[in-house]
Design a protein around this ligand. Structure first.
Ligand code: ATP
Length: 307
């Protein structure tokens, strides 16, 4: 694995007319898989396309594998893989021909037949691109992005519209690539995808990175967790609250159903059960809910991810 960042973006600004799509964005992506999450219009695609050399920044610097994607495009292109969304493909060509053609452009391509098999494209090799289903086009785009064994691959919503089986095949392939030392920048609207695949997650909102960290660190640090228990209705919640650390909250949601939120750690669990013991309460159905990336995202951006 490399020491130099895979992608390094400093103070990136990109405007379209009056619209500031990217607003002084800083991002350092290290080795492995970095997921870029953000609500619609947050500036993800613009940022990624700038890294791929398709867009010129208004200001700021972008380095990909240490290179400037515009001025050093020739040196960079063979080292990266880009998963294009349907565009840029001649729709009359056969799927297998297209993949073989792309493979020949590279010095040490992956085995095309194995890749076709892997992504479940075996049955559609002789089909022209325009006749492939949306999901098949998606998988072919992924195959074309990775067949040249790039050092870094940009995956723009790689599983959008795929059925669960194709989704899992895609995840397995991305994991295998990672194991082989391929780095990836992944945009996705699927939190479970980021949780499954990413070493690092950057959350973008309104053209800026507003949080970054491993899925675990974001879930632990960014949000409070919740402890729920049931017991006799009408417990003295104010007394329970007094026993808890200052950042906690406690409420009886429906008669006999209690919720405690705050920093839910083993100590807090012990405090709640010991308070119950002191008050002759047998807490039942105790559960601790760990916040998901989805919760963190919602708290930080106030927005739901597109489904
Ligand atoms: N070519 C363009 N001309 C004008 N405005 C644009 C253009 N491309 C993007 N925008 C605007 O810039 C903002 C950021 O768009 P961008 O596509 O980068 O966001 P995104 O996070 O990728 O969104 P999505 O999740 O919907 O793909 C949006 O408000 C969008 O409407």
């Amino acid at each position: 694995m490399r020491n130099e960042p895979v992608v390094q973006i400093e103070s990136l600004v990109k405007r379209y007319g009056d619209k500031t799509a990217v607003d002084g964005l800083d991002l350092v992506a290290g080795a492995g898989i970095t997921a870029v999450l953000g609500p619609n219009g947050a500036g993800k695609t613009t940022t990624i396309e700038t890294c791929e050399g398709y867009r010129k920044p208004d200001s700021g610097t972008v380095r990909v594998l240490g290179l400037d994607p515009l001025r050093q495009a020739e040196a960079l292109r063979p080292r990266i893989g880009v998963m294009l969304q349907s565009g840029g493909v001649y729709s009359g060509a056969r799927a297998d021909e297209m993949l073989r053609h792309v493979a020949k452009l590279h010095a040490d391509p992956l085995d095309v037949d194995a890749l076709i098999e892997r992504l479940g494209l075996g049955s559609c090799g002789r089909t022209t691109y325009r006749r492939l289903s949306g999901g098949q086009q998606q998988r072919l785009a992924l195959a074309m992005a990775v067949v040249g064994r790039p050092e870094l691959v940009f995956l723009d919503e790689p599983t959008a519209g795929l059925d669960p089986q194709a989704r899992r095949a895609t995840w397995d392939l991305v994991r295998d690539l990672r194991r082989d030392g391929v780095h990836a920048i992944l945009t996705t609207h699927h939190m479970d995808e980021a949780e499954q695949l990413a070493d690092d997650v950057a959350i973008i909102d309104a053209g800026k990175v507003i949080a970054q960290g491993s899925p675990d660190a974001l879930c632990r640090g960014g949000a409070e967790n919740t402890l729920r228990f049931t017991g006799r209705p009408g417990l003295d919640v104010a007394s329970l609250l007094k026993a808890l650390p200052p950042d906690s909250a406690a409420a009886e949601l429906t008669p006999g159903a209690y919720r405690v939120s705050g920093t839910v750690d083993p100590q807090l669990l012990a405090t709640v059960t010991s308070w119950c013991a002191q008050h002759g309460v047998m807490p039942e159905k105790i559960s601790v809910e760990r916040h998901t990336l989805e919760d963190v995202f919602l708290e930080l951006t106030g927005k739901e991810l597109r489904g």
